[in-house]
Design a protein around this ligand. Structure first.
Ligand code: DAV
Length: 387
Protein backbone atom coordinates (compact mmCIF):
# COMPACT_ATOMS: atom_id res chain seq x y z
CA UNK A 1 0.00 0.00 0.00
CA UNK A 2 1.22 3.48 -0.85
CA UNK A 3 1.94 5.41 2.33
CA UNK A 4 0.55 8.94 2.13
CA UNK A 5 2.00 11.69 4.24
CA UNK A 6 -0.40 13.16 6.82
CA UNK A 7 -2.12 16.26 5.51
CA UNK A 8 -2.14 19.30 7.82
CA UNK A 9 -5.44 20.17 9.41
CA UNK A 10 -7.09 23.01 7.52
CA UNK A 11 -10.65 22.77 8.86
CA UNK A 12 -10.50 26.15 10.55
CA UNK A 13 -9.70 27.85 7.26
CA UNK A 14 -12.22 29.37 4.91
CA UNK A 15 -12.64 26.84 2.13
CA UNK A 16 -9.95 27.87 -0.31
CA UNK A 17 -8.52 25.67 -3.02
CA UNK A 18 -5.35 24.01 -1.67
CA UNK A 19 -3.23 25.95 -4.16
CA UNK A 20 -4.48 29.52 -4.39
CA UNK A 21 -2.28 32.58 -4.77
CA UNK A 22 -2.63 35.52 -7.13
CA UNK A 23 -0.31 38.15 -5.73
CA UNK A 24 2.46 38.74 -3.20
CA UNK A 25 0.41 40.23 -0.35
CA UNK A 26 -2.95 38.50 0.31
CA UNK A 27 -3.17 36.82 3.76
CA UNK A 28 -0.76 33.88 3.80
CA UNK A 29 -2.15 30.46 4.73
CA UNK A 30 0.34 27.87 3.51
CA UNK A 31 3.94 28.25 2.42
CA UNK A 32 6.85 26.06 1.39
CA UNK A 33 10.05 27.12 3.15
CA UNK A 34 13.34 25.88 1.69
CA UNK A 35 15.95 23.79 3.52
CA UNK A 36 19.68 24.32 3.46
CA UNK A 37 20.77 20.92 4.74
CA UNK A 38 22.61 18.98 2.07
CA UNK A 39 23.33 22.10 -0.02
CA UNK A 40 26.13 21.52 -2.51
CA UNK A 41 28.23 24.24 -4.14
CA UNK A 42 27.55 24.04 -7.88
CA UNK A 43 30.48 23.41 -10.18
CA UNK A 44 31.17 26.35 -12.46
CA UNK A 45 28.96 26.13 -15.54
CA UNK A 46 28.05 28.71 -18.22
CA UNK A 47 25.09 30.47 -16.56
CA UNK A 48 26.63 30.33 -13.08
CA UNK A 49 29.87 31.77 -14.41
CA UNK A 50 27.93 34.74 -15.78
CA UNK A 51 26.12 35.32 -12.50
CA UNK A 52 29.28 35.18 -10.38
CA UNK A 53 31.38 38.24 -9.72
CA UNK A 54 35.15 37.80 -10.24
CA UNK A 55 35.90 38.11 -6.50
CA UNK A 56 33.66 35.11 -5.78
CA UNK A 57 34.99 32.76 -8.45
CA UNK A 58 37.47 31.22 -6.00
CA UNK A 59 34.59 29.92 -3.87
CA UNK A 60 33.13 27.88 -6.73
CA UNK A 61 36.57 26.81 -7.92
CA UNK A 62 37.46 25.59 -4.44
CA UNK A 63 34.18 24.03 -3.33
CA UNK A 64 32.36 23.19 -6.62
CA UNK A 65 30.76 19.75 -6.27
CA UNK A 66 31.33 19.68 -2.48
CA UNK A 67 28.91 20.42 0.33
CA UNK A 68 28.67 24.04 1.47
CA UNK A 69 30.91 24.62 4.51
CA UNK A 70 29.18 23.07 7.51
CA UNK A 71 29.25 26.19 9.70
CA UNK A 72 27.46 28.21 7.00
CA UNK A 73 24.80 25.49 6.67
CA UNK A 74 24.22 25.26 10.42
CA UNK A 75 23.84 29.01 10.89
CA UNK A 76 21.41 29.35 7.97
CA UNK A 77 19.47 26.25 8.99
CA UNK A 78 18.91 27.68 12.46
CA UNK A 79 17.53 30.91 10.98
CA UNK A 80 15.26 29.04 8.55
CA UNK A 81 13.88 26.85 11.34
CA UNK A 82 13.21 29.88 13.51
CA UNK A 83 11.47 31.60 10.59
CA UNK A 84 9.23 28.52 10.23
CA UNK A 85 8.32 28.75 13.91
CA UNK A 86 7.44 32.42 13.55
CA UNK A 87 5.24 31.62 10.53
CA UNK A 88 3.50 28.82 12.41
CA UNK A 89 2.91 31.09 15.39
CA UNK A 90 1.13 33.41 12.94
CA UNK A 91 -1.15 30.53 11.93
CA UNK A 92 0.56 29.71 8.63
CA UNK A 93 0.95 26.06 7.56
CA UNK A 94 4.63 25.50 6.79
CA UNK A 95 5.81 22.76 4.44
CA UNK A 96 9.42 21.79 3.80
CA UNK A 97 11.03 20.08 0.80
CA UNK A 98 12.22 16.46 0.91
CA UNK A 99 15.86 15.76 1.61
CA UNK A 100 17.59 14.58 -1.53
CA UNK A 101 21.24 13.94 -2.27
CA UNK A 102 22.48 16.97 -4.20
CA UNK A 103 26.07 15.71 -4.25
CA UNK A 104 25.19 12.93 -6.70
CA UNK A 105 26.69 13.51 -10.14
CA UNK A 106 24.30 13.03 -13.05
CA UNK A 107 24.70 12.80 -16.77
CA UNK A 108 22.08 13.58 -19.38
CA UNK A 109 22.66 13.19 -23.14
CA UNK A 110 23.76 16.85 -23.11
CA UNK A 111 25.82 17.53 -20.00
CA UNK A 112 27.16 16.29 -16.70
CA UNK A 113 26.72 18.09 -13.37
CA UNK A 114 26.11 17.69 -9.68
CA UNK A 115 23.24 19.36 -7.83
CA UNK A 116 22.73 22.47 -5.73
CA UNK A 117 20.07 22.78 -3.05
CA UNK A 118 16.39 23.05 -2.11
CA UNK A 119 16.88 26.34 -0.30
CA UNK A 120 15.08 28.65 -2.75
CA UNK A 121 11.70 27.22 -3.77
CA UNK A 122 10.88 30.67 -5.24
CA UNK A 123 13.24 29.96 -8.13
CA UNK A 124 11.68 26.69 -9.19
CA UNK A 125 8.00 27.03 -8.23
CA UNK A 126 5.41 29.65 -9.01
CA UNK A 127 1.76 29.62 -8.06
CA UNK A 128 -0.55 31.45 -10.44
CA UNK A 129 -4.11 31.15 -9.23
CA UNK A 130 -4.87 27.48 -8.60
CA UNK A 131 -1.93 26.21 -10.61
CA UNK A 132 1.60 25.46 -9.48
CA UNK A 133 4.21 25.62 -12.23
CA UNK A 134 7.70 24.11 -12.07
CA UNK A 135 10.09 26.51 -13.77
CA UNK A 136 12.47 25.33 -16.52
CA UNK A 137 15.61 26.76 -14.95
CA UNK A 138 18.86 27.45 -16.81
CA UNK A 139 21.55 26.12 -14.45
CA UNK A 140 22.64 22.56 -15.11
CA UNK A 141 23.12 22.09 -11.38
CA UNK A 142 19.41 22.77 -10.92
CA UNK A 143 18.11 20.28 -13.50
CA UNK A 144 16.82 17.84 -10.90
CA UNK A 145 15.98 20.33 -8.14
CA UNK A 146 12.25 19.67 -8.63
CA UNK A 147 12.76 16.24 -7.07
CA UNK A 148 12.89 17.83 -3.61
CA UNK A 149 9.32 19.10 -4.14
CA UNK A 150 7.83 16.10 -5.95
CA UNK A 151 6.00 14.57 -2.99
CA UNK A 152 4.48 17.98 -2.19
CA UNK A 153 3.41 18.42 -5.82
CA UNK A 154 1.76 15.00 -5.87
CA UNK A 155 -0.02 15.81 -2.63
CA UNK A 156 -1.32 19.12 -4.02
CA UNK A 157 -2.41 17.32 -7.19
CA UNK A 158 -4.36 14.80 -5.13
CA UNK A 159 -5.98 17.65 -3.23
CA UNK A 160 -7.22 19.35 -6.37
CA UNK A 161 -4.40 21.58 -7.64
CA UNK A 162 -3.37 21.97 -11.24
CA UNK A 163 0.33 21.11 -11.48
CA UNK A 164 2.45 21.79 -14.55
CA UNK A 165 6.16 21.26 -15.08
CA UNK A 166 7.22 23.59 -17.89
CA UNK A 167 9.39 22.01 -20.63
CA UNK A 168 12.99 22.00 -19.41
CA UNK A 169 15.80 23.12 -21.70
CA UNK A 170 18.32 20.43 -22.64
CA UNK A 171 21.12 22.79 -21.51
CA UNK A 172 23.46 21.48 -24.15
CA UNK A 173 26.47 23.67 -24.96
CA UNK A 174 24.46 25.15 -27.84
CA UNK A 175 21.91 26.51 -25.40
CA UNK A 176 24.51 28.96 -24.05
CA UNK A 177 26.76 31.58 -25.56
CA UNK A 178 29.95 30.04 -24.21
CA UNK A 179 32.14 32.74 -25.64
CA UNK A 180 30.10 35.38 -23.84
CA UNK A 181 30.28 33.47 -20.55
CA UNK A 182 34.07 33.54 -20.48
CA UNK A 183 34.55 37.20 -21.40
CA UNK A 184 35.87 39.55 -18.70
CA UNK A 185 33.09 41.03 -16.61
CA UNK A 186 33.25 44.58 -18.02
CA UNK A 187 32.92 43.27 -21.57
CA UNK A 188 30.02 41.08 -20.52
CA UNK A 189 28.28 43.99 -18.84
CA UNK A 190 28.66 46.09 -21.97
CA UNK A 191 27.19 43.29 -24.09
CA UNK A 192 24.34 42.70 -21.65
CA UNK A 193 23.42 46.37 -21.90
CA UNK A 194 22.97 45.75 -25.60
CA UNK A 195 20.64 42.88 -24.80
CA UNK A 196 23.03 39.93 -24.96
CA UNK A 197 22.69 37.18 -22.36
CA UNK A 198 24.41 33.89 -21.65
CA UNK A 199 21.28 31.94 -22.57
CA UNK A 200 20.13 32.05 -26.15
CA UNK A 201 16.71 31.30 -27.56
CA UNK A 202 17.16 27.68 -28.58
CA UNK A 203 14.67 26.42 -25.98
CA UNK A 204 12.51 28.05 -23.29
CA UNK A 205 13.95 28.73 -19.86
CA UNK A 206 12.88 30.82 -16.91
CA UNK A 207 13.35 31.01 -13.18
CA UNK A 208 10.09 31.53 -11.33
CA UNK A 209 11.76 34.29 -9.29
CA UNK A 210 12.05 36.42 -12.43
CA UNK A 211 8.27 36.83 -12.26
CA UNK A 212 6.30 38.97 -9.82
CA UNK A 213 2.53 38.69 -9.41
CA UNK A 214 0.08 41.60 -9.23
CA UNK A 215 -3.19 39.65 -9.66
CA UNK A 216 -4.18 39.50 -13.31
CA UNK A 217 -0.93 41.23 -14.27
CA UNK A 218 2.42 39.51 -13.94
CA UNK A 219 5.72 41.23 -14.56
CA UNK A 220 8.76 39.35 -15.79
CA UNK A 221 12.32 40.28 -16.67
CA UNK A 222 14.61 38.86 -19.35
CA UNK A 223 17.71 37.74 -17.45
CA UNK A 224 20.59 35.33 -17.86
CA UNK A 225 18.26 32.53 -16.78
CA UNK A 226 14.96 33.71 -18.29
CA UNK A 227 14.85 33.94 -22.06
CA UNK A 228 12.30 35.37 -24.47
CA UNK A 229 11.00 32.03 -25.65
CA UNK A 230 10.56 31.09 -21.98
CA UNK A 231 8.44 34.21 -21.48
CA UNK A 232 6.46 33.28 -24.61
CA UNK A 233 5.78 29.84 -23.12
CA UNK A 234 4.55 31.45 -19.90
CA UNK A 235 2.30 33.94 -21.71
CA UNK A 236 0.73 31.31 -23.91
CA UNK A 237 0.37 28.84 -21.07
CA UNK A 238 -1.40 31.29 -18.77
CA UNK A 239 -3.73 32.41 -21.56
CA UNK A 240 -6.18 35.31 -21.54
CA UNK A 241 -6.99 35.21 -17.85
CA UNK A 242 -3.57 36.70 -17.07
CA UNK A 243 -1.35 39.30 -18.69
CA UNK A 244 2.41 38.85 -18.66
CA UNK A 245 4.39 42.05 -19.17
CA UNK A 246 8.12 42.27 -19.73
CA UNK A 247 9.74 44.99 -17.63
CA UNK A 248 13.30 46.25 -17.80
CA UNK A 249 15.83 47.57 -15.34
CA UNK A 250 19.00 49.57 -15.97
CA UNK A 251 21.07 46.62 -14.71
CA UNK A 252 20.16 43.42 -16.56
CA UNK A 253 22.56 41.20 -14.63
CA UNK A 254 20.79 40.46 -11.34
CA UNK A 255 19.30 37.04 -11.30
CA UNK A 256 15.63 37.45 -10.37
CA UNK A 257 13.24 40.35 -10.13
CA UNK A 258 12.55 40.04 -6.39
CA UNK A 259 15.24 42.45 -5.24
CA UNK A 260 14.22 45.00 -7.89
CA UNK A 261 10.41 45.28 -7.85
CA UNK A 262 8.49 44.16 -4.77
CA UNK A 263 4.76 44.91 -4.36
CA UNK A 264 3.67 45.43 -0.74
CA UNK A 265 -0.08 46.01 -1.01
CA UNK A 266 -2.45 47.23 -3.73
CA UNK A 267 -1.04 50.52 -5.02
CA UNK A 268 2.36 50.37 -3.32
CA UNK A 269 5.59 48.68 -4.38
CA UNK A 270 9.26 48.87 -3.44
CA UNK A 271 11.82 49.54 -6.12
CA UNK A 272 15.58 49.26 -5.95
CA UNK A 273 17.17 52.73 -6.08
CA UNK A 274 20.25 51.19 -7.71
CA UNK A 275 18.12 49.89 -10.60
CA UNK A 276 14.71 51.54 -10.78
CA UNK A 277 12.27 49.95 -13.18
CA UNK A 278 12.44 51.66 -16.56
CA UNK A 279 8.66 51.52 -17.04
CA UNK A 280 7.93 53.61 -13.92
CA UNK A 281 5.23 55.50 -15.85
CA UNK A 282 3.34 52.29 -16.45
CA UNK A 283 2.96 51.80 -12.70
CA UNK A 284 2.18 55.44 -12.00
CA UNK A 285 -0.53 55.46 -14.66
CA UNK A 286 -2.06 52.40 -13.01
CA UNK A 287 -2.17 54.31 -9.71
CA UNK A 288 0.82 52.62 -8.08
CA UNK A 289 3.30 54.45 -5.90
CA UNK A 290 6.88 53.21 -6.21
CA UNK A 291 9.02 53.73 -3.14
CA UNK A 292 12.82 53.35 -3.02
CA UNK A 293 13.97 50.51 -0.77
CA UNK A 294 16.46 51.37 1.98
CA UNK A 295 19.98 49.99 1.57
CA UNK A 296 21.20 47.02 3.57
CA UNK A 297 23.13 47.28 6.84
CA UNK A 298 25.14 44.18 5.94
CA UNK A 299 28.90 44.59 6.50
CA UNK A 300 30.97 44.59 3.29
CA UNK A 301 32.88 41.50 4.36
CA UNK A 302 29.76 39.35 4.84
CA UNK A 303 30.08 36.20 2.65
CA UNK A 304 27.73 36.72 -0.30
CA UNK A 305 28.50 34.36 -3.18
CA UNK A 306 25.27 34.44 -5.09
CA UNK A 307 23.42 37.72 -4.67
CA UNK A 308 23.81 41.33 -3.66
CA UNK A 309 22.93 42.86 -0.30
CA UNK A 310 19.78 44.26 -1.94
CA UNK A 311 18.10 41.10 -0.71
CA UNK A 312 17.28 43.39 2.23
CA UNK A 313 14.18 44.25 0.13
CA UNK A 314 13.43 40.58 -0.58
CA UNK A 315 10.67 40.57 2.03
CA UNK A 316 7.70 38.25 2.50
CA UNK A 317 4.23 39.61 3.23
CA UNK A 318 2.14 37.83 5.84
CA UNK A 319 -0.80 39.97 4.71
CA UNK A 320 -1.26 43.46 3.23
CA UNK A 321 -0.35 45.01 6.60
CA UNK A 322 2.38 42.75 7.94
CA UNK A 323 5.84 42.05 6.55
CA UNK A 324 8.81 39.87 7.56
CA UNK A 325 12.04 41.88 7.46
CA UNK A 326 15.58 40.91 8.44
CA UNK A 327 16.26 41.77 12.07
CA UNK A 328 19.29 43.96 11.48
CA UNK A 329 17.91 45.84 8.47
CA UNK A 330 16.72 48.74 10.62
CA UNK A 331 16.47 51.26 7.74
CA UNK A 332 14.18 48.88 5.80
CA UNK A 333 12.13 48.30 8.94
CA UNK A 334 11.75 52.02 9.54
CA UNK A 335 10.76 52.66 5.94
CA UNK A 336 8.04 50.02 6.10
CA UNK A 337 6.76 51.18 9.47
CA UNK A 338 6.58 54.75 8.14
CA UNK A 339 4.48 53.38 5.27
CA UNK A 340 2.07 51.97 7.86
CA UNK A 341 3.14 48.31 7.99
CA UNK A 342 3.61 46.09 10.99
CA UNK A 343 7.10 44.64 10.75
CA UNK A 344 8.08 41.20 12.06
CA UNK A 345 11.88 41.12 12.42
CA UNK A 346 13.57 37.75 11.91
CA UNK A 347 17.33 36.96 11.88
CA UNK A 348 18.24 36.00 8.33
CA UNK A 349 21.75 37.19 7.49
CA UNK A 350 23.18 33.70 7.35
CA UNK A 351 20.50 32.72 4.87
CA UNK A 352 21.57 35.67 2.66
CA UNK A 353 24.86 33.84 2.14
CA UNK A 354 22.97 31.15 0.21
CA UNK A 355 21.61 33.68 -2.29
CA UNK A 356 18.38 35.14 -1.01
CA UNK A 357 16.06 36.18 1.75
CA UNK A 358 12.43 35.64 2.83
CA UNK A 359 10.87 35.85 -0.63
CA UNK A 360 13.49 33.59 -2.23
CA UNK A 361 13.27 30.85 0.40
CA UNK A 362 9.49 30.55 0.13
CA UNK A 363 6.73 29.60 -2.26
CA UNK A 364 3.36 30.85 -1.12
CA UNK A 365 1.08 27.96 -1.93
CA UNK A 366 -2.10 29.45 -0.52
CA UNK A 367 -3.13 33.02 0.19
CA UNK A 368 -6.65 34.09 1.05
CA UNK A 369 -7.64 36.00 -2.04
CA UNK A 370 -8.89 35.81 -5.58
CA UNK A 371 -8.12 36.99 -9.07
CA UNK A 372 -8.29 40.76 -9.25
CA UNK A 373 -6.98 43.62 -11.34
CA UNK A 374 -4.98 46.39 -9.71
CA UNK A 375 -5.25 49.34 -12.07
CA UNK A 376 -3.36 48.08 -15.11
CA UNK A 377 -5.30 48.36 -18.31
CA UNK A 378 -5.08 46.53 -21.55
CA UNK A 379 -3.40 46.92 -23.86
CA UNK A 380 -0.28 48.29 -22.23
CA UNK A 381 1.38 50.59 -24.73
CA UNK A 382 4.20 48.79 -26.50
CA UNK A 383 6.48 51.83 -26.19
CA UNK A 384 5.96 51.88 -22.44
CA UNK A 385 7.16 48.32 -22.30
CA UNK A 386 10.09 48.98 -24.56
CA UNK A 387 11.20 51.76 -22.19
O1 DAV B 1 20.44 41.79 -6.14
O2 DAV B 1 21.51 39.96 -6.35
C1 DAV B 1 18.88 38.83 -5.71
C2 DAV B 1 17.56 38.15 -5.91
C3 DAV B 1 17.58 36.76 -5.43
N1 DAV B 1 16.39 36.02 -5.82
C4 DAV B 1 20.46 40.60 -6.37
C5 DAV B 1 19.16 39.89 -6.69
Amino acid sequence: MLQLKPIPNIVSERQLPVVNSYNEWDPLKEVIVGCVEGAVVPKLEPALLTNTSPQNLWFFQKYGGQPFPQELVEAASKELNEFCQVLEAEGVTVRRPDRIDFSQTYKTPDFEASGFYATMPRDVLIVVGNEIIEAPMAWRSRFFEYRAYRSLMVEYLRRGAKWTPAPKPSMSDEFYDLEYATKPIDQRYALTEKGQFVTGELEPSFDAADIVRFGRDLFVQRSHVTNEIGITWLKRHLGDQFRVHVVKFPDLNPMHIDASLVPLRPGLALVNPARRCIQTELFKKAGWELVDAAPSTLPDNWPMYMCSSWVCMNILSLDPETIFVEKQEEPMQKLLKDLGFKVIPVDFRHVYTFGGSFHCVTCDVRRDGQLEEYGFTEPLEEDELEG
